[in-house]
Design a protein around this ligand. Structure first.
Ligand SMILES: Nc1ncnc2c1ncn2[C@@H]1O[C@H](COP(=O)(O)OP(=O)(O)OP(=O)(O)O)[C@@H](O)[C@H]1O
Length: 560
């Protein structure tokens, strides 16, 4: 038998042949025609299809989780029926959580190897591969699974055989986790696409992708880059398209590899009779923001999906045309209040277009009591643990590239308004270490976010309350590690350097970035504040984003 991946990009780095421009221009009829699945009524997790022992462990591990949402009911039963799924609902509605439960419930894949005529041996294989955009989301999912396994009363197997994470981690070589995966293949492998590609390049037999039962792409639109559909593309647009096909990125490359057979079958069957049957592995795409261009990629350009895909969605905020739900049903309009602070040498003020909270009828916040006075001073010894002393010495000698007026503004609002924990999101190319250093220099209790470290994120993965703490924390991260992160006790998101988040020539992407950043609060309809801190030249940019999303900025009274 031909060794798996022997002619693939993982070994010799040859890329798939470029589709013609004409093909790219075709807008799929299949993508336009497929139907939404009717949502199932909310019953219990057992009724949705979870084993009673798994459902019981979920109730014990997550006391707030009492029954599935409509979306989760429909999702769990569709996953268990083996259907391809597109899952789209607003941020914080429980998509990832529902997915993990459904995957844990799937039957474990076991293969029988014929060692010789007399002896056959059963070999457990990886049942589901969950692809996520960054390591923190992988570890967050792993944490959920760990809690469920611990709460399980039916003597579960080792955690490693239930789930493992494969991501790039500091100086650790990516292949270091491989022996464990080989010896004890997990039921669910959670990985970033880049780490799977990297491992398979080094060892094409590291794991058998063809034996997978399910492949999930959570935050799919972040991992599969697509360009807006354009029937009259400019030269520049065509150049970008060609570049994307020459350098497809790890998620695209991995899907090409896993679904090679399905793509061929679909192409043949569509020519013959219009649609193809399912071909394993089951493919699940999930995000709050799945736009037309991405569907076009899966249905037309790659022919990975057919119209028999199950589309599960409740509320999708459309950027063009009519929304399906009343505006106040979206968390972004109802429970999240949006603020824009303009910082300059002269101080900080509200954006001119902001209205008062009374005019906006904002949701009353459960954390009204302001934390007056500056946040606790940071001792140099605790500082050394967070930014190592060599880095600190270097930072002290070099000017920061971060705008200090903006940092001062964050520090002021943080000190006056944040009861327990807030997130500060900085542009993808900015240094988290440097931002933490600069913030600590002005007295802010800042940490680089890391869900593996207790006081930098791990302890916030479960806490529900937004109660006032003596030493509120500011967790700093970049836009590339924010997707899907769920800190139930988070009340504030600060966004810095908004200009760097504006995607030139891709307005939808800019809007989606804002939607996901502010989606860290307002989760499961809990109130939260998003505070974008800009300098004067970026006022019109953020105004345009808010206006397009039908969001009215609210004045922060503490500035007046
Ligand atoms: N049925 C439920 N009842 C109560 N809480 C739930 C339920 N399902 C999920 N949650 C909680 O909702 C929170 C958000 O879940 P999750 O991260 O899965 O949302 P998401 O839709 O994937 O968000 P994003 O789009 O930002 O990735 C989690 O804290 C989870 O524990």
């Amino acid at each position: 038998m031909k060794p798996f991946l022997s002619t693939s990009i993982f070994r010799d780095r040859r890329w798939t042949r470029l589709p013609t421009l004409q093909k790219i221009r075709l807008i799929s009829k299949a993508a336009e025609n497929y139907q939404h699945s009717p949502l199932k009524p909310v019953l219990s997790f057992e009724d949705a299809g979870l084993r009673p022992s798994l459902a019981q462990a979920v109730y014990t591990a997550f006391p707030n989780v009492k029954s599935p949402t409509e979306i989760q009911s429909t999702l769990i039963s569709s996953v268990l029926e083996g259907k391809d799924i597109i899952l789209q609902d607003e941020t914080g509605s429980g998509k990832s959580f529902g997915l993990i439960l459904a995957l844990l419930n799937k039957t474990r894949m076991i293969f029988t190897d014929d060692l010789n005529a007399d002896r056959a041996s059963d070999r457990p294989a990886i049942t589901s591969l969950v692809l996520v955009p960054h390591r923190d989301l992988a570890f967050q999912m792993m944490h959920w699974i760990d809690l469920i396994a611990q709460a399980s009363s039916d003597n579960p197997p080792s955690l490693a055989s239930i789930a493992q994470v494969l991501v790039r981690e500091g100086r650790r070589h990516i292949t270091e986790g491989l022996p464990l995966i080989r010896n004890e293949p997990p039921h669910v492998l959670i990985a970033t696409p880049a780490s799977v590609v990297e491992v398979l390049r080094e060892d094409p037999n590291a794991f058998r992708l063809r034996e997978l039962s399910t492949v999930v792409l959570d935050e799919v639109d972040y991992m599969i880059e697509t360009l807006p559909l354009n029937n009259n593309p400019s030269k520049q647009h065509i150049q970008k398209m060609n570049k994307l096909q020459m350098h497809p990125g790890p998620a695209r490359a991995l899907l090409d590899e896993i679904y090679e057979a399905r793509v061929k079958l679909n192409a043949r069957n569509r020519q013959a009779s219009g649609d193809a049957p399912h071909h394993s592995p089951q493919l699940i795409l999930s995000s709050a923001t799945i736009r037309r261009q991405l569907k076009h990629y899966f249905f037309s350009e790659k022919q990975l999906l057919n119209k028999d895909v199950v589309k599960i969605r409740r509320s999708v905020m459309r950027l063009h045309g009519q929304d399906e739900l009343a505006t106040d049903e979206y968390a972004i309009h109802s429970v999240i209040s949006h603020h824009v602070v303009v910082a300059s040498e002269n101080g900080i003020v509200n954006i001119p277009s902001a209205v008062s909270a009374e005019e906006k009828h904002t949701h009353p916040f459960g954390f009204e009591e302001a934390n007056n006075g500056p946040s606790s001073a940071v001792s140099s010894s605790s500082f050394d643990r967070i930014v190592d002393s060599t880095a600190a010495a270097k930072f002290a000698m070099t000017p920061s590239t971060l705008n200090q007026n903006l940092l001062e503004a964050v520090a002021a609002v943080f000190a006056l308004d944040v009861p327990s924990v807030a997130l500060l999101v900085i542009p993808p190319n900015a240094s988290v270490h440097r931002a933490v250093y600069d913030l600590r220099e002005i007295g802010v209790n800042a940490f680089g976010m890391d869900v593996l470290v207790q006081d930098r994120g791990r302890s916030y993965l479960l806490q529900a309350g937004g109660e006032k703490k003596a030493d509120p924390k500011l967790l700093v991260c970049t836009t590339s590690s924010i997707r899907g992160i769920d800190f139930p006790s988070l009340t504030h998101v600060f966004i810095l350097g908004f200009n760097a988040l504006i995607a030139k020539d891709n307005w939808t992407l800019t809007l989606d970035t804002y939607i996901h950043l502010c989606g860290r609060v307002g989760r499961f309809k809990k109130p939260g504040k998003v505070i974008t801190v800009v300098d004067e030249k970026d006022v019109s940019g953020i105004d345009k984003v808010l206006h397009t999303l039908d969001v009215t900025p609210v004045r922060l009274n503490l500035l007046s």
